[in-house]
Ligand binder design. Structure first.
Ligand SMILES: NC(=O)C1=CN([C@@H]2O[C@H](COP(=O)(O)OP(=O)(O)OC[C@H]3O[C@@H](n4cnc5c(N)ncnc54)[C@H](O)[C@@H]3O)[C@@H](O)[C@H]2O)C=CC1
Ligand SMILES: O=C(CO)COP(=O)(O)O
Length: 336
């Protein structure tokens, strides 16, 4: 048991922007938190300077937050939080398996590249039978690190588990709602990043605010269509992980995905845009798995298709835009 007697201790695996910000917020709220950084030098520097100079410069980490390069120490907490990029989720979960974690929550948003699986499917394979939930929603790390308020959603197949884990993260500064629509929450988190790249491209091309609103709205329809084909519920897309995170990431310049899109819309190459970021832009990695999934399920994803063509097939943003605008007229709704 941790500092607050009725709450389990927390171990956060991954000391990038979001892992560090969430660990700091939880520690400030009185939870007993251990943050694992895979780089021993970075862990030692953070522990002594009380700053994550690479990912959250200028933000003071609470004294009660313990930072360690010892994976097992963080991984044997009462609740383990995986805060790596989606690409490292399976390997991190596999490393956890022999430690028999009691409950695992993952923060990453995306698909598994290669298998095109949603992340809860990866978790079920890597940690079968372990109580697990996704924590998602509109939450720029920098704002959370600064103690500004936000609202999130904690999703698990079992709503009682979602409720129980939501309570572990919940505070006045971080309201956490529970959901049993795991597939829906995951589709939202993965696709909103692809759409944020698209919104950035549109703004980089200076298409205007009307165009951006149209893109966000039709993007929401696209995201919902894919989610419904995967068994998700419509109301999830109207919630925090859906429209909430979509608006945040498509309009907020703190978004790395949006910034990659902006650079591409202004004529920069993808490698340069991603390189300049120095952090993960999951939309770049999720776009192709999303397209594959859509094709397999017979779901039209025109914006995702356009993002793939611009990022990976040498199509210019202007040409992709012309293709989108030339699509057949349609009736409004979630249909294509
Ligand atoms: N930054 C944000 O505002 C938010 C991020 N997320 C999601 O959280 C996930 C992590 O994002 P950030 O922390 O922002 O990324 P980041 O790029 O800031 O940091 C990633 C961290 O993961 C570590 N890492 C990378 N590969 C690893 C591996 N194989 N094993 C162990 N550690 C590894 C890196 O060293 C780094 O510490 C992403 O899926 C992102 O979409 C979700 C909500 C908010
Ligand atoms: O998911 C996020 C906010 O909820 C962070 O978005 P970016 O990865 O685009 O910065």
């Amino acid at each position: 048991m941790g500092a607050s007697a009725s709450f389990p201790t927390l171990g956060v695996l991954g000391a990038g922007s979001w892992g560090t910000a969430l660990a700091a917020a939880l520690a400030r709220h009185g939870r007993e938190v251990t943050l694992w950084a895979r780089d021993a030098d970075a862990a030692a520097a953070m522990q002594s300077t009380r700053e994550n100079a690479r990912y959250l410069p200028g933000n003071r980490l609470p004294d009660s937050l313990s930072i360690t390069p010892d994976f097992d120490r963080a991984a044997t907490a009462g609740v383990v939080v995986i805060a790596t990029p989606a690409a490292a989720l399976r390997a991190t979960a596999a490393r956890l398996a022999p430690l028999a974690p009691k409950a695992v929550v993952w923060l990453c948003k995306g698909f598994e590249e290669g298998s095109d699986r949603l992340l809860h499917e990866v978790m079920a394979e890597a940690l079968p039978g372990v109580p697990a939930a996704a924590l998602s929603g509109p939450s720029f790390a920098r704002e959370v690190a600064a103690g500004l308020p936000c609202a999130l959603v904690c999703a698990a197949d079992d709503i009682a588990l979602a409720d129980r884990l939501a309570a572990v993260f919940h505070s006045e500064a971080m309201r956490v709602y529970a959901s049993s629509d795991l597939a829906g929450v995951e589709v939202c988190g993965a696709i909103k990043n692809v759409l944020a790249v698209a919104a950035g491209v549109a703004d980089g091309l200076e298409l205007g605010l009307n165009a951006r609103a149209a893109l966000i709205t039709r993007g929401l329809a696209e995201m919902t269509r894919l989610g419904l084909a995967l068994g998700a519920r419509t109301d999830t897309f109207m919630g925090l992980a859906g429209v909430g995170d979509l608006i945040l990431t498509c309009t907020g310049d703190l978004s790395r995905n949006r910034r990659v899109g902006l650079a591409i819309g202004r004529g920069e190459a993808l490698a340069d845009a991603v390189g300049a970021l120095g952090q993960v832009a999951e939309g770049v990695r999720s776009a192709r798995p999303a397209r594959e999934l859509g094709r397999r399920l017979g779901v039209e994803l025109p914006i995702t298709e356009a993002v793939c063509r611009v990022l990976f097939e040498g199509v210019t943003p202007r040409h992709a835009l012309a293709e989108l605008l030339a699509r057949d007229r349609a009736r409004e709704g979630f249909g294509g």
